[in-house]
Design a protein around this ligand. Structure first.
Ligand SMILES: Cc1ncc(COP(=O)(O)O)c(C=O)c1O
Length: 394
């Protein structure tokens, strides 16, 4: 016991010494563009609340109504006694929204990815993954017996190499994040689609950082790139733009989804999504379609922030995504600027090695449709003042 405790302590110390301890900042109220924290009020520029729906009154109302009419939880997995009419309704809506035959709900997108590859691929198959894919994809791939290939991030020549090398496999499945969360860059889907079609490979996209707000009507990266109908499988989350509570799903052909219902372990052996989350998810999709201005606002807010920060003299990875990495390079400067921003009431997070490569430290800002023009301008002004004071910009 003591030996184990000693080991635990030494592990924690080495995490601390390496500067990798993750500390939680405690919010004392609901998620939003402005938040209350233990250290005072702040403007929040580091949440996945892309559409500002996490605490939206219509979403809260739907969740409350579902509590009253469908209860708190179902105490069962889906196939035993845990399927309510609203679960079926949300699955239909997700499939329609994304343009697929069917969809299947999970407790999280982590589970959707965890329960995907093992079902669809055996030892005679191959899975081909972008090297920067999300941890849940990496874990999901580990659970399958398929041969594994990894291509350099967004490198189409390297993806082509993997497809050629895996030509002997029965099935090949290419998996990529639709949006890579550290950089806010989009996977080059048109080129990936071309390669998958040429090599008859299945294409799966994890669109967690896109569903609901990327693309003209918010359907995601496949809409943005005009390749709807060319992506075979989409996994995504209800835990970011789509209400922000929790829950995930896989959308695909009817046959794919039916096989997942029969064999996907996180679906078969884990409890159903609670009714308030399901009903709120339905309402979110209705709101996105009925009020397209929210998607437009997310996009115009992002453009406003990106332009103003560039004009202010910051180096920003170009792009269209509300994830805006402010590239500072130096680890200590990055942490000093993040601390200065937080001290001035703007909630942001600095990332440094080993989360990102050495010398590529950055502050990752996330813009929400809920931010007002004034809040965005205030964030930019604060960035400028703090950076000038620290000698980061001239
Ligand atoms: C690309 C990607 N996939 C999956 C997940 C996991 O989603 P969830 O929170 O629903 O498990 C995340 C969340 O960080 C993500 O960024």
């Amino acid at each position: 016991m003591d030996t184990n405790r000693d080991w635990l302590r030494s592990e924690l110390e080495s995490i601390e010494e390496a500067g990798l301890t993750k500390r939680e900042r405690v919010i004392t109220g609901p998620q939003g563009a402005s938040i209350h924290t233990e250290n005072g009020d702040a403007l929040n520029f580091c949440a996945n609340n892309y559409l500002g729906l996490s605490s939206h009154p219509e979403i809260l109302k739907s969740a409350h109504q579902a509590l009253d009419s469908f209860g708190y939880g179902v105490s069962s997995v889906r196939f035993i006694c845990g399927t309510q009419s609203i679960h079926k309704e949300l699955e239909r809506k997700v499939a329609e929204f994304l343009g697929f035959g069917d969809s299947i709900l999970y407790s999280s997108c982590f589970d959707a990815n965890g329960g995907l590859f093992e079902v669809l691929l055996g030892a005679e198959d191959a899975v081909i993954s972008d090297e920067l894919n999300h941890a849940s994809i990496i874990d999901g791939v580990r659970l399958s017996k398929a041969q594994r290939y990894r291509y350099k991030h967004a490198d189409m020549a390297d993806l082509a190499r993997c497809l050629e090398e895996s030509a002997g496999a029965r099935f090949r499945l290419v998996i990529t994040d639709g949006v890579f969360s550290m950089h806010g860059d989009l996977a080059p889907l048109p080129e990936i689609c071309d390669l998958c079609e040429k090599h008859q490979a299945i294409l799966a996209v994890d669109d967690s950082h896109a569903t609901g707000f990327i693309g003209k009507t918010g359907r995601g990266t496949h809409e943005h790139f005009d390749v709807m109908g060319r992506v075979d499988i989409i996994t995504s989350t209800l835990g970011k733009a789509l209400g922000g509570a929790s829950g995930g799903f896989t959308a695909a052909s009817r046959e794919t989804v039916e096989l997942l219902r029969q064999r996907s372990r996180p679906y078969l052996f884990s409890n159903s999504l609670p009714p308030p989350i399901v009903a709120a998810g339905i309402r979110v999709l209705d709101l996105i379609e009925a009020e397209p201005e929210r998607v437009a606002r997310s996009q115009s807010n992002t453009a406003r922030f990106r332009e103003a920060m560039t004009t202010a003299g910051f180096s920003i990875t170009p792009g269209i995504h509300p994830i805006v990495p402010i590239m500072l390079g130096d680890e200590r400067k990055t942490m000093a600027l993040a601390d200065a921003m937080n001290a001035r009431g703007i909630f942001v997070v600095g990332f440094s090695y080993p989360v990102v490569p050495k010398g590529q430290a950055r502050i990752r800002v996330q813009i929400s449709a809920a931010h007002t023009d004034e809040q965005i301008d205030q964030a930019v002004t604060t960035f400028r003042e703090a950076a000038l004071e620290l000698g980061i910009i001239g």
